[in-house]
Design a protein. Sequence first.
Length: 410
Amino acid sequence: MTEAWIIDACRTPRGVGKAGKGALWDVHPQQLGSAVLKALAARNKIDTREVGDIIWGTSSQVGPQGGDLGRMSALDAGYDVKSSGVTIDRFCGSGISAVNFAAACIMSGMEDLVIGGGTEMMSMGGRRGDGPMIMDNGNMRLRLHHPQTHQGVCADAIATMENIPREALDEAGYVSQQRAATAIKEGRFDKSLIPVYKEDGTLALDRDEYPRPQTTREGLAALKPAFPALANAPLDDKGTTYLSLILQAYPDLKIDHRHHAGNSSGVVDGSGAVLLASDSYAKAHGLKPRAKIRAMANMGDSPELMLNAPVPAAKKVLEKAGLKKEDIDLWEINEAFAVVSEKFQRDLDLDRDKVNVNGGSIALGHPIGATGAILIGTVLDELERRGKQFGLVTMCAAGGMAPAVIIERI
């Protein structure tokens, strides 16, 4: 089988995802995607006529993020019109899936040069329409069989069911901030980080805007849980609430709310992309590989709890790669909520010094459709910095899903 080689990866800084406050909020999503596509083309001197496809992850494909963001970002970046583009949605897993699909195109022999990436502008108003976010979008037949609640309520439900205490979740939030602060201070993100400029040429952002290195354990302990009011707020005139939806599946559950802004992922704007090539194309065109895709997998789990698929996804991708967990040098499990990474590490009994070593989305933020591609670049940079071989990336996604990928440094 043809090998899919990772030639390069880059990302924008992550800006605070609040309209009028974050540094990127007034940059058009196509221009944010364009920034990383321009950088990949320039850094690697690729002929964009030969880019077979640009596969882009975007979870909220409405408004300025609608209309095939991958294709429009490529056109905005000045790519040749021959380089096609498509946009996909696997909710939070979109970025990993975009890179995996790009790799699959190459490994199947259908394409030789493909880009996988994603963009998400969390500051954009009306991202999920005007009403409350319910994954079934009003499909009452589906709701009868798979009642799907808000992800924050799921996080608190899992923490309650798994007996993971608030103190452990707060510690995860603290560690994320401290590791991110160290990574930023030591320049560990510099290889992949590219600046974003506004349309008039002025600098929009050249550093991650969300991290709070001043975070303390005491400060986290003082924060009030974020989701009790949301859980009980009416979603329609029939008395439906996010709490009633999860109680439909787990009627005896008494949720102890344990998540808040300090141990949940940050709301940010951002974009990231990975350039992949077949081994034959790379050799013929002088492209030096940094890593190769060793294995890919997708896994579904309980849509009612939404966040539990990363563990089975990791086990599946390890099996496909013919590896054991001890073979993995670095793990990236997206910190959608602290309970996701905490449960992941507990269930797999991992060495915590190998997991999210440069912080995660609690400290850096989670631009939904872009995060997976960003994490692949992050683990690649760190494998190179440490001289290590294997990195595994996975994350939870709405609907109870998780994509996963193992990369092997070359």
